[in-house]
Write a protein that binds this ligand. Structure first.
Ligand SMILES: [Zn+2]
Length: 340
């Protein structure tokens, strides 16, 4: 099959579109013909070099496609079925996995991170990872959803305990997780403030449901939040930007507010004033992906049309370098997809 592999870490030039042996599915796996795979910032981190990535390596986390072969031990699925692949790897039998807490499994990793991913024509997936998709979703839409929506759902619903009527600040509202978070917060009838880097992106975030937009290059986030909330601050800050926004995110919280974070796109090292942490009774929560149960929960809303996939642009898989360059320019609103 054709696949994209990296043989060394570096810039987009290390992404090689080449022939590799077809995967041989085990008896408990199915073989999926990949029709679409979406890009995440994780793809860029992996390409630049992360511990645990063994070379050569196939990146890509979010796949949708058709089942072409079914292992002897697999029941309930059929060839030709349209499916998406849950973008996570877990052992399936440890205490955490059987409790439904796959993202706490010691083997847990995202597909395309410590294990090979979906930037290829054929992928062998465990039956537990296969989720059939309705005809209302095309493959590009289906591939755009799982990683960012399960991440945002786990952060807001699983960890922060979002409740109706709260005020939520979503950093980076034009990113994949930001777009998911805005919609999930609106599903809970929350007031949503979001940030983006230009007016066009803010207009699109507003069209998705955000009530207020802040241009994070032109305006000071915490000042605008104070104005919007009548000096009170927000109940929940949805963070993934990291060093560039951390101080503003902390300042935007109300007393006893919750900051939940899943990323550090602009850098991992931040300061924290412990006096603010305890005196203002803040809750700081770290989040990584989500569980299979949460993925099913959030997908039910996607399948019903209450949460909408947002696809920005597609590239042929053979043009993976251009797709990475486009992602790194951060001009998109929504997900970038590659098609094998
Ligand atoms: Zn496990």
């Amino acid at each position: 099959m054709k696949a994209v592999r990296i043989h060394q870490f570096g810039g987009p030039e290390v992404l090689i579109y080449e022939d590799v042996p077809d995967p041989q599915p085990r008896k408990d796996e199915v073989l999926v013909r990949v029709k679409a795979c979406s890009l995440n910032h994780l793809d860029v981190w992996v390409r630049k070099g992360l511990p645990g990535v063994k070379l050569p390596h196939i990146p890509g986390s979010d796949m949708a496609g058709e089942i072409v072969e079914i292992g002897e031990y697999v029941t309930g699925l059929k060839t030709g079925q349209r499916v998406m692949v849950a973008p996570m790897h877990f052992c399936g039998h440890c205490a955490k996995c059987v409790a439904g807490l796959q993202n706490q499994c010691r083997e847990f990793t995202v597909l395309g991170n410590a294990v090979d991913g979906g930037d290829c024509e054929l992928f062998a997936a465990g039956a537990a990872n296969i989720i059939p998709i309705p005809d209302s979703l095309d493959f590009n839409q289906a591939a755009s959803v799982p990683l960012v929506f399960v991440t945002a759902w786990h952060m807001l619903v699983g960890l922060a305990g979002i409740r109706q009527g709260q005020t939520v600040l979503v950093l980076g509202g034009s990113s994949g997780v930001g777009i998911a978070a805005i919609q999930i917060a609106k599903l809970f009838h929350c007031r949503v403030i979001t940030t983006a880097g230009n007016e066009e992106k803010l207009a699109k975030a507003t069209a998705l449901g955000a009530d207020f937009g802040i241009d994070h290059y032109k305006q000071k986030i915490s000042d605008e939040v104070r104005k919007i909330t009548n000096k009170e601050g927000v109940d929940i800050v949805f963070e993934h930007v990291g060093a560039a926004t951390w101080d503003e995110s902390i300042k935007s919280l109300k007393t006893a507010g919750t900051l939940v974070t899943c990323g550090a796109t602009t850098g991992p090292t931040v300061g924290i004033d412990l006096r603010h942490l305890f005196a203002r009774q803040l809750r700081l929560l770290g989040s990584y992906m989500g569980t299979m149960g949460e993925l099913y929960e959030v997908m039910a809303h996607v399948f019903a049309g209450r949460l909408k996939p947002v696809v920005d642009r597609t590239f042929p898989l053979s043009e993976i370098r251009a797709a990475h360059e486009y992602l790194e320019r951060s001009q998109m609103f929504g997900k970038v997809i590659v098609n094998p």
